[in-house]
Design a protein around this ligand. Structure first.
Ligand SMILES: [Zn+2]
Length: 257
């Protein structure tokens, strides 16, 4: 039991370190800045940050959310992303066995976080992040028995969304998705397979319509919707609970027949 707690503590620390790299991606990718070489500096005073200013989660807490040099408030987004990524890693490892596939799920989810925040802010998904998702999905093919299901997922979801895109353009003269959304779902289709990507799409659409309508009503945001975050949420939920939900649904059908 105690050993297990240590293992999960290490997973959490690992998660917040990756989370801190996600913050770098989130800030630098949309600005097309270098993500590896350039060292971090305060966004307000520009002072170069030392390693002890950059310890995930702990620096923010120790500095009480303020820059050591200019005392300016640091965005709460940093610790939130770091903590969220750590918690998500623990949830994934609690839900699934310790395996390569489980680690791949963690990386996949981290990229989903970065995509969600960037799309929410800029209405665009950087191609490089979708490419990373495809690479993770292709690696995962080596550790699965049902490659056909995966390829089906890829073809099914990209074909279906492309069709919807053409249809909406023809009938309503609007783009219902961006190209980035389709690439995102295609990559996730290859990672999750046919059945779970369909589920992910439905969950994403339901979340998107419900939450966005509420935001339009109460927060008076416009009707332009960044669909990426909702699709990412759908993908994540389907990745974690997809088989449980589909089995439950099939059970209901059997019961009622
Ligand atoms: Zn500063």
């Amino acid at each position: 039991m105690q050993q297990e707690i240590y293992v999960y503590l290490i997973i959490f620390i690992y998660g917040i370190i990756i989370g801190s790299f996600l913050n770098v991606l989130i800030y630098r990718l949309p600005k097309k800045e270098d993500i590896v070489i350039k060292s971090s500096s305060c966004t307000k005073c520009g002072h170069k940050l030392q390693w002890y200013d950059l310890v995930p989660l702990f620096s923010y807490i120790c500095l009480r959310g303020r820059c050591r040099y200019c005392n300016e408030k640091i965005s709460a987004q940093y610790p939130i992303i770091e903590g969220l990524n750590g918690i998500i890693y623990i949830i994934i490892f609690l839900k699934f066995d310790f395996s390569v596939t489980t680690s791949l799920m963690c990386f996949f989810s981290s990229i989903l976080i970065a995509i969600s925040v960037i799309d929410y802010r800029t209405f665009e998904i950087p191609d490089i992040l979708n490419i990373v998702l495809v690479v993770i999905a292709i690696i995962s093919l080596f550790f699965t028995q049902d490659i056909l299901e995966r390829i089906l997922g890829f073809v099914l979801v990209s074909g279906f969304m492309y069709l919807l895109l053409i249809l909406f353009r023809a009938l309503r003269n609007i783009d219902c998705f961006g190209g980035g959304d389709i690439k995102l779902m295609a990559a996730a289709g290859l990672f999750l397979g046919g059945r779970r990507i369909v589920l992910a799409f439905f969950i994403g659409c339901i979340l998107g319509s419900v939450i966005h309508l509420m935001r339009m009503r109460f927060k008076h945001v416009g009707n332009v919707l960044a669909f990426g975050p909702y699709l990412c949420a759908g993908i994540f939920i389907s990745m974690l609970f997809g088989w449980d939900m589909l089995n439950f649904y099939m059970g209901l059908l059997n019961f009622s027949l």
